[in-house]
Unconditional design. Sequence first.
Lengths: 572, 214
Amino acid sequence: MTMINRALNFLFWAAPALVILLLMGPLLAGLLGVGAPALGYFPALGGVELTVDYLHKALHVPGFWHSVHLSIWIGLATTLISFVIVIGFFAAFWDAPLFGKITRFVSPLMSVPHAAAAFGFAFLFAPSGWLIRLLSPWATGFDRPPDWLIINDPLGYALLAGLVLKEIPFLFLMSLSAASQINVDQRLKLARSLGYGRIWAWITVVMPALYRQIRLPIFAVIAFSSSVVDVALILGPNLPPSLPVQILRWMNDPDIEMRFVAAAGAVFQLGATLFALLVWRFLEIVCSYLMRQMQAKGMRHQNDGAVRALFSLAMLTIVLISLASLIILGIWSLAGYWRFPEALPRTLGLNRWMDNASYLWGPTLNAVNIGVAATLISVGLTLICLENECRHNIRLTQKALRLIYLPLIVPQIAFISGISILLVRYGLDGSFWPVTLMHVVFVFPYTYLALEASFHDLDPRYMQTATALGKSQNRIFFHIKLPMLLRPILTALALGFTISVAQYIPTLLIGAGRVPTITTEAVALASGGDRRLIGIYALVQTLLPAIGFVLALALPKLLYPNKIYFAKQQER
Amino acid sequence: MADHSLNLKDLTISLGDQVLFHLNAEIKAGEVLTVMGPSGSGKSTLLNAISGFLSPRFTCQGQIMLDGEDITHKDPSARHVGLMFQEPLLFPHMSVEENLLFALPRGGSKQERCEKVREKLRAVRLEELGARDPLTLSGGQQSRIALMRVLLSNPKALLLDEPFSSLDVDLRSRVRQFVFTQARENQLPVLMVTHDQADAEAANGPIINLLNHK
């Protein structure tokens, strides 16, 4: 008994160091694995001299600057549009009935993997997509798909739209949880009673506090959308593609020398994302200056009816498009013969599901295994770290949080390509545990953020009561804290699983193609264009996280039937 | 039953350079010492010091003696000081009986332990509550169960932190009588922090105001 206790105490003591090692180790190794070959040094591939040749080579690939420009532009535009729509909607409809209704739709949308959302978007808006089918031929006169380049357009508008569709639910939920930590209602009442219009009141008194809380998630959105690969493979431009896709092509080039060029490309990707972050920082400074100017003038902006209508329209459109994307995925997965421009397939059936069941099974099982293992490790480490903070009476500062967020702010393609080079060198690529541990790096930040508030908000007097009853800290952790936090823990597990299932680049590069998951398989179908098959894979990809969230909702009731405590939490 | 006693010898709590209070007190078995004072005078700090939850921001000098043993710097889980707060704080994920079993010190078979708990409940005529979800109990019932929970852990002293202020007036005097009777029967020294003059009078023991102990 004391042995176990001592081991546990040691674990709690060592946890923060372990986490830092687990998060920072891969990051540093990856940057090293990219930096050295970019400068020509990688003995295993015959590079023993430092040289800037490969950086030059990357620069002189046709269309390179266009690729860089695409990445920066997509990163900034996605973030700006998503941010404005989310904040605008919060400002216009906080405490209105519409807000609650939209929240109910937006929360589940967060769990839809990027790739699935992108496929749904393509099926909806392609020239032969559902939208044009619904409008043809009665409104458009088309009896053949028009020859328009909507998806994969060279300027990346489709990619931009697909990303906005996914980043809005993310920023929405982040803002929602941030809003619960600042007393929004009180601030609003004060400003409104001073005669400020609804939106302007929100922007002047709530947003500054809220923005501080969602700043890191916003940076994560910039980094993600400027370096995204899976959505870009589905919706993005082809000739030239955006920079991250270009890097992936170089990595897959049979010519071994192109590995060095890929590493050089990754260094430019780091630069591109950093540039996008700096531009955003500059925008922050300009906006806060303008805000202060306007506030000092005492503007009230009371007539904001038109703006409110605009934001409700924008948000409703986003929700409708997202829902329609999921529906069209479902329709295609069941579709039999479907001629353009008919609005629906003539027959629906499960034949394609049956035919592909045996191929689906392996990748699905891989995704579930990796997801469950990575999530359990992440949530376990999160709880141990939080308990450790509790015992030593510390709370992480914003600065420390930045460290946890770092893996989400450094572009995946840039450092994971470096890790994969190292793993190949030591023959560790293409197996279960490296992929799983790589997932932990991206899952942990989310599970930590999801659990932090509930863990610290637990009434300390419960623990004091138990201590006074003579219970050890370890016993209290397992018998009081964990069960009382059952619901937030399950939610964090479901969230972590969602994040893991959606990972494309870590799975592809660390798995070296030998650990196929439902996500890597789905994205691989993008170039084929078999819509029925894509529909099936994307739907399975969407269903996995959904099942996780349903379990998270149902389990407390099954484990603790008739306990008012858990029923009450559900109402909230 | 052993004769318990709680002894505060030259207990001085300070925050930085500022002394919150300086206290000498002896509480004999079955006696209730009432501590009063406006908010900010250090009432909860005193309770935290005795129960072992004093924040490291404070410095604590002097001695806290429980049954003649110095517990000033002892681990809170080894002090055997029972705590009752304003809210009963029954663990919401356990049944009433599980709450009580959790408090009972280790040892004995499951059956023996359950029997001990039921016996305790029978003695105060609350046996029908055992299987209930604590959140379905009335405020008065929750307070009584919370006290039973503390007593089952075999404390050597009892600290009460405004224990009756969440109850309405009617219930208050009854629960109060119940708590004091139980403490006396178990020969426990009691330290009670309260705002309420009626609590202090009912305690029928010495009263100190922390403001006079700067």
